[in-house]
Write a protein that binds this ligand. Structure first.
Ligand SMILES: Nc1ncnc2c1ncn2[C@@H]1O[C@H](COP(=O)(O)OP(=O)(O)OP(=O)(O)O)[C@@H](O)[C@H]1O
Ligand SMILES: N[C@@H](CCO)C(=O)O
Length: 295
């Protein structure tokens, strides 16, 4: 049996829609695999009641098919589905690493990115890789049609997850079809600032570079209490706040030591808006970890 822990991720980071992503220290999915004549899937943990066990409908089933690696697959969900924390991607990334090792397929982590993205195509209609890439590779990732670029980073973050669901499919439905030249120039400037900030582990540059006037404003309308929570996080010291992935999770970047105050301010602000939530105080972290024979 092989076990893999694959982290939650936050995609987009405001200015990097469908391009940027980071691995989070916590939460994470744990996937266990054993060889079997055909693929079977069982799911326990956070939100497991909403996750199909049919291999044709679960992201790990798509990965097993792509690697031609039938297995008995057990998923322990730490990442709640429809959270904006790359729940479906964490399972897919974990399964890709585990099945690649189980069947000695010899694929590199970079080569596993498009394979894990097959699972994303299954659930959101598009094989976007901006969650699976950081879950596989760790740190900060940039996904383009030419491949993936990765840098290690350890920027402190808080992710606040309200007790509401927004499906990625629905959130993709509100993305504008076009942007103006002014918006394009702003986006390039913000995205470049963010990327430099990640490579320097500079929370001020990262926070500034998360600004976005194109996609994020449309998506915040799907999250009750967003403006209130954003203001509270900024007042408590966050250097930038944006929607995590497709939402409803909200990501705040900050300096080390400020996580606790920001987490508490965000949860209180959601509470004031009548929404229950929980916050993860974490940092940008490493990617999926493989444990052999239960080690
Ligand atoms: N292994 C899996 N883990 C989680 N969700 C899965 C899995 N397999 C299939 N799904 C389905 O995928 C959907 C959740 O994926 P979705 O992309 O909407 O959320 P997310 O992965 O948490 O968010 P985001 O991509 O915005 O970060 C749910 O409909 C769920 O049933
Ligand atoms: N880039 C994708 C990520 C979903 O987590 C989106 O925002 O739709």
């Amino acid at each position: 049996m092989l076990t893999v822990r694959a982290p939650a991720t936050s995609a987009n980071l405001g200015s990097g829609f469908d391009v940027f992503g980071v691995a989070l220290g916590t939460p994470a999915d744990v996937v266990r695999v054993e060889r079997a004549p055909e693929t079977t899937i069982s799911v326990t943990g956070a939100g497991s009641e909403y996750i199909p066990e049919d291999p044709e409908k679960n992201t790990v089933g798509a990965v097993a098919k792509a690697l031609d690696a039938p297995a008995r697959i057990r998923i322990d969900k730490g990442v709640r589905p429809s959270s904006g924390l790359g729940s479906s991607a964490a399972s897919a990334a974990a399964a890709a690493v585990a099945l690649n090792a189980l069947y000695d397929r010899g694929r590199t982590r970079e080569e596993l990115v498009p394979i894990a993205a097959e699972g994303e195509a299954l659930v959101s209609g598009e094989a976007h890789a901006d969650n699976v890439a950081p879950s596989l590779l760790g740190g900060f990732t940039v996904v383009t049609d030419d491949g993936v670029t990765q840098v290690d980073a350890s920027v402190p973050v808080v992710v606040c997850l309200p007790d509401i669901s927004v499906s990625t499919r629905d959130a993709r439905g509100v993305v504008p079809e076009s942007a103006t030249m002014d918006e394009l120039v702003d986006t390039v400037g913000n995205a470049a600032t963010l990327a430099v900030g990640m490579s320097r582990n500079d929370p001020d540059l990262v926070g500034t570079g998360m600004a976005d006037t194109v996609v994020t404003p449309e998506r915040t309308k799907l999250i009750d209490g967003y403006d209130r929570v954003r203001e509270a996080a900024l007042e408590a010291g966050a250097t930038g706040v944006t929607v995590s992935g497709a939402g409803p999770g909200i990501l705040a970047v900050c300096h080390r030591g400020d996580q606790r105050a920001i987490a508490s301010a965000m949860v209180d602000a959601f509470d004031a808006a009548g929404v229950e939530s929980r916050a993860y105080q974490t940092t940008v972290s490493e990617g999926a970890t493989l444990y052999r024979d239960g080690s």
